[in-house]
Design a binder for this molecule. Structure first.
Ligand SMILES: C[S@@+](CC[C@H](N)C(=O)[O-])C[C@H]1O[C@@H](n2cnc3c(N)ncnc32)[C@H](O)[C@@H]1O
Length: 178
């Protein structure tokens, strides 16, 4: 049986992949450009045959063999400046990779348009949403509580930190090919 392919953009130390790592029906791919985080993720996920950790930014990952073949893409707690400055490249590559057949691109961020105090961060999220909805993908956005974040997000390093920020809600974005 073909494995469900799940991609984690900026997987950090790999904590968000661990909850799925024992599920052999998934191929789990984590992209992480930082030397330090990549080393941690590689160590944490050593010995799981269905996990690949790749030291690359998504836009630099060629991945021709995965064109239109990724079932789920997660971008969990992205840095707002990355959302702002790299929106076009990241979204273009996500569109290239995402399966037409039910593929979903999920983004979870602590920044909300309603309550987050930093206007620069809010503008970054707005810009990312603009590019995401620019005709190529159909997009939904919800503000949700910490408890509604998927388990693997709660277990990610940033998830643990953000639990303490006390500014719930968070933003959950889902995009798919029309
Ligand atoms: C705030 S951290 C979140 C890490 C992890 N997702 C978590 O929640 O614990 C953002 C991560 O994205 C990575 N990153 C930044 N730009 C990226 C890009 N263009 N493609 C892939 N990863 C990127 C950074 O190296 C960093 O580890």
């Amino acid at each position: 049986m073909a494995k469900r392919k799940t991609l984690f953009i900026g997987c950090g130390d790999g904590r968000e992949i661990l909850p799925l790592a024992n599920h052999q029906e998934y191929l789990l791919i984590g992209l992480e450009p930082s030397d330090q985080q990549y080393a941690k993720a590689t160590e944490a996920l050593r010995g799981f045959p269905n996990v690949r950790i790749i030291k690359r930014r998504i836009q630099d990952w060629e991945a021709v063999e995965y064109e239109g073949d990724i079932d789920r893409i997660y971008f969990i707690f992205p840095t707002p400046v990355v959302l702002r400055d790299q929106a076009e490249e990241i979204i273009a590559k996500a569109c290239f990779l995402l399966s037409k057949d039910g593929g979903r691109f999920h983004i979870f961020t602590e920044v909300t348009l309603s309550r987050w105090p930093d206007p620069g961060d809010k503008a970054a999220l707005q810009e990312f949403l603009r590019v995401l909805g620019d005709g190529r993908l159909s997009v939904s956005r919800n503000e949700i509580s910490f408890d509604e974040l998927p388990r693997m997000v709660k277990e990610s390093y940033c998830g643990v930190l953000f639990k303490k920020h006390n500014l719930s809600p968070f933003t959950a974005i889902e995009a798919r090919k029309p």
